[in-house]
Design a protein around this ligand. Structure first.
Ligand code: PLP
Length: 415
């Protein structure tokens, strides 16, 4: 497996993109599926399905440990995927990419290992009001263990997090700024580069939650200037159960392992063990080999089309979606920031979001309803839940219209 290309190598054509996704060919309740739940998880293109099946069918073996041919092939594919992902995010070194189960595990790893080593009683960690629980609860666990304090930078009613709002909360006790690049509820694209720059000037470490950025933005860790970044494979057309933590090599070197077992050691005796090099120091036990290989293929698939090309297609979908929803009187959009990815949350006056989601399902439209693992954000907008339509490279303007038409009909009949 080679590295991911830096410029698109395929022309974008939404019909041909769609045809690569077997899931999108199916019907639901006898109607063509309209999949608008990509922020929760994305269907996988054939290239990813083939990569996973290729490992299962042709080179199933454990990695790093055996000398036989299958293990050599599996290790090459698995480590090739690491190279592909490292290249996809423009990491200076491939060893800086640690495989995890996803964003949640990556942030927990960082909080546990970096946090317990570098933070002490009274140190502050700065988050924002729009964080996913995955970027809140690990810091609360650390607060219980170490005694850190958590600050929360506010957002505007439109769902904008300004650099100034972040700066206002930075004091000489702030040791870490940990923020979502793109909100999974509001779709807001945060100014992470500017925030990381301001943090760096003040000697503050930065962690970026890129769960929603990987499928919607051009993720370049060097351009962003963060110290660490977390992501999930299943939100970027890859398999579930695989993701990564990228962090600067010197940071990883100085961090202690967080789980013990096979692969993460250099030597073991009952008296003492020594740790493997980065990144394997953080990868105890048999990893998700097929998942990593599938994720390598997903990164390659996105890179072939070009993240910017996908983002511009999704922007068209977003504009159509906002236009249609804005025209429905009882719909209130939650999150109207000028810089947004194709994630649209809303409530309908007098209708519970779960009912709206259930009715939409009858029209074969798959959306998310609930708190989206962002309770503090729900409280910020004084709602318990929202309906969320989130788009991907495979969605069409016709699907957005089908969704909006279904919504109008539902309001007419049940509202
Ligand atoms: N952060 C954000 C912004 C998310 O949208 C999500 C998932 O929705 C997560 C973190 C957690 O990702 P995962 O469940 O894949 O670990």
């Amino acid at each position: 497996m080679g590295t991911t290309p830096t410029t698109p190598t395929r022309a974008f054509n939404v019909d041909s993109v769609r045809s690569e996704f077997p899931l999108l060919q199916r019907e639901v309740h006898g109607k063509p599926l309209v999949y608008l739940d990509s922020a929760a998880t994305t269907p996988k293109p054939q290239a990813v399905l083939d990569a996973v099946a290729g490992y299962d069918m042709h080179c199933t073996a454990n990695v790093h440990r055996a000398v036989h041919e299958l293990s050599t092939e599996a290790t090459e594919a698995y480590e090739g995927a690491r190279t592909a992902l490292a290249s996809f995010i423009n990491a200076p070194r491939r060893e800086e990419l640690v495989w995890t189960r996803g964003t949640t595990e990556a942030i927990n790893l960082f909080a546990w290992s970096w946090g317990r080593t570098n933070l002490q009683d009274g140190d502050h960690v700065l988050l924002s009001e729009m964080e996913h629980h995955a970027n809140i609860v690990p810091w609360q666990l650390l607060r219980e263990q170490v005694g850190i304090e958590i600050d929360v930078a506010p957002i505007t009613d439109e769902g904008v997090l300004s650099v100034d709002a972040v700066l206002e909360f930075i004091t000489d006790r702030t040791k870490l700024v940990s923020l979502a690049w793109i909100s999974n509820v509001l779709g807001t694209i945060n100014p992470v580069r500017e925030i990381c720059e301001a943090a760096r000037e003040r000697g503050i470490t930065t962690l970026v939650d890129a769960a929603q950025a990987m499928p919607h933005a051009n993720v370049d860790v060097q351009a962003v200037g963060c110290d660490a970044l977390a992501f999930s494979g299943h939100k970027m057309y890859g398999p579930t159960g695989i993701g990564g933590l990228w962090a600067r090599h010197d940071l990883l070197e100085a961090m202690p392992p967080w789980q013990g077992g096979g692969d993460m050691i250099k030597t073991v005796s009952f008296e003492e063990s020594t740790w493997n090099d980065v990144p394997m120091k953080f990868e105890a036990g048999t990893p998700n080999i097929a998942g990593a290989i599938g994720l390598g293929a997903a990164a390659g698939w996105i890179a072939e089309l070009g993240p910017d090309v996908i983002a511009s297609h999704e922007h068209e979908l977003l504009e159509q979606c906002v236009k249609r929803l804005d025209a429905i009187e009882r719909v209130q959009l939650i999150g109207t920031a000028p810089r947004k990815a194709a994630v649209v949350s809303f409530v309908i006056d007098g209708m519970h979001p779960h009912d709206v989601g259930t009715f939409l399902d009858q029209h074969a439209v798959a959306v998310r309803t609930g708190h989206h693992c962002a309770w503090p954000l729900m409280a910020r907008y004084d709602v318990n839940s929202t309906v969320r339509a989130s788009m991907g490279a495979y969605n069409t303007v016709e699907e957005i219209d089908a969704f909006a038409d279904a919504l109008e009909r539902i309001i007419e009949v049940f509202g």
